[in-house]
Design a binder for this molecule. Structure first.
Ligand code: LLP
Length: 427
């Protein structure tokens, strides 16, 4: 867990650094990331799955050069889904064979770069991409290791926008109607491809393992059909990411070792039943590793009580640094961190500074009744899909990410400046 405490003055500390000093040094808003916590979570996943499986951190949750170095050091692999993520990984020497390349519409240029770099696998998402990647690999005189992404047709119990295994959405090739089997058939015939396995990702922020169980059952069924038809046993199966984290005290996430045990048991059992050799399993957690390791530090700007309703607390960021509340109705908690207070709690809504009434960071939260401009408040569990989905809406500058560890802080992604904005505006 994050090494969070309070010093003698009631100021919250993380990684041995107090938030008031941080705010003075780097300003607010800022994402404050506990490096030890990140490393511990990465290691826990790595250890839980052991040497016979692979853990690919999903870079879309949050990626920076420092993160890539930490992953490399902790023995994790990396899932990238764009040329930008690939470039970030390669720029600090992540070995290409430990990178998986995802996406439902990779450009020709992106595929070429991935093939040239020698990525460990490209996850193929459509019939057209099967041919495209085979062609590019061949023209580079290579045989590219690939997995085929299938949609297994399960309804993951999560927000519609982040569920990915039901059939009516853009990712993967449906198992239904023999389409996935046909995709494998075609891929196996192409010289440029080395088909190493099947990929399934059922969605995100999931707590219930039953979706994974159904997915594993159906993917193993496909492996069996492939064996029966082609006489080949594909050596790998990737069950994707999607394991949920606690945003509020209502959420009860599983530990990596429980997840590893459950997934390994499911796949082993299904393979035994199908008389298949158990394939090498891989997973792609993003949120579960980085999500809990960071909080967003904001300064309170205005406090506006609305009689009989609630008190609106405006902070110096908002939907540009955390779009999740507006986009997914996500729930967060919030705490006063620059001092303690004995004042009666008041019902608040924490909102940003954007020109939009949906610009809500925390929908319902209790904060001390004496909350005042200048107080620092923190929203926990913003490590995943906050900085990585940040925008410049209203020309607001994207906040920095500061890593804390052993009483030291280090900016790993700097704050955007007005010069950064204006540099792109060349008209
Ligand atoms: N693997 C694949 C193929 C994925 O598409 C994703 C997430 C992951 C792994 C990692 O999932 P995780 O373990 O982080 O849940 N922006 C949304 C989440 C979108 C997830 C997209 N794909 C959010 O803020 O909740």
């Amino acid at each position: 867990a994050q090494t969070v405490g309070r010093d003698a003055d009631g100021v919250v500390t993380v990684g041995g650094v107090d938030v008031k000093t941080l705010a003075e040094q780097i300003g607010t808003p800022a994402y404050v990331l506990d490096e030890d916590d990140f490393r511990a979570r990465a290691r826990a996943w790595r250890t839980a799955f052991g040497p016979d499986a692979d853990v690919f951190y999903a870079g879309k949750a949050f990626l920076s050069r420092a993160v890539v170095r930490w992953l490399h050091e902790e023995g994790l692999n990396l899932d990238v889904c764009s040329g930008g993520e690939l470039a970030t990984a390669l720029s600090v020497g992540m070995p290409a064979d430990r990178i998986a390349f995802h996406g439902n519409n990779k450009s020709t240029r992106e595929i070429e770069r991935a093939v040239e770099a020698g990525v460990g696998r490209i996850v193929l998402d459509s019939f057209q991409e099967i041919v495209r990647v085979a062609h590019i690999a061949q023209s580079h005189g290579k045989r590219q290791r690939v997995q085929i992404r299938v949609t297994v047709g399960v309804e993951a119990h999560t927000h519609e926008f982040i569920a990915t295994a039901h059939e009516d959405q853009k990712f993967g090739i449906p198992l239904a109607g023999g389409q996935a089997a046909e995709a494998v058939r075609r891929a196996l015939q192409l010289d440029g491809l080395d088909v190493i396995g099947i990929h399934s990702h059922i969605g995100s922020q999931i707590f219930d393992m039953s979706g994974f169980e159904v997915a594993a059952h159906r993917v193993v069924g496909l492996l069996k059909d492939i064996r029966d038809e082609h006489g080949v046993e594909l050596p790998e199966i990737d069950l994707g990411g999607g394991l949920g984290i606690a945003y509020t005290s209502d959420d009860d996430p599983r530990e990596p070792h429980e997840i590893a045990k459950a997934l390994t048991e499911i796949v082993t059992r299904e393979c035994e039943a199908a008389r298949l050799r158990t394939p090498r399993i891989s997973v792609e957690p993003g949120r579960a590793i980085v999500g809990p390791t960071a909080f967003t530090l904001y300064e309170v700007g205005t406090v506006k009580p609305l009689d009989g309703l609630r008190t609106y607390v405006s902070v110096d960021g908002g939907m540009s640094d955390n779009i999740r509340t507006a986009l997914y109705d996500a729930e967060y908690s919030v705490a006063l961190v620059s001092r303690t207070s004995d004042a009666e709690p008041m019902l608040t809504r924490v909102v940003g500074k954007h020109c939009e009434s949906g610009d809500i960071v925390v929908k319902d939260a209790f904060l001390p009744g004496d909350l005042a401009p200048g107080d620092l408040i923190a929203v926990p569990a913003t490590g995943a899909y906050c900085r990585s989905m940040a925008s410049n809406y209203n020309h607001v500058l994207r906040p920095p990410v500061v890593a804390v560890r052993d009483g030291e802080s280090r900016v790993i992604v700097r704050r955007e400046t007005e010069d950064d904005l204006l540099r792109l505006d060349v008209g």
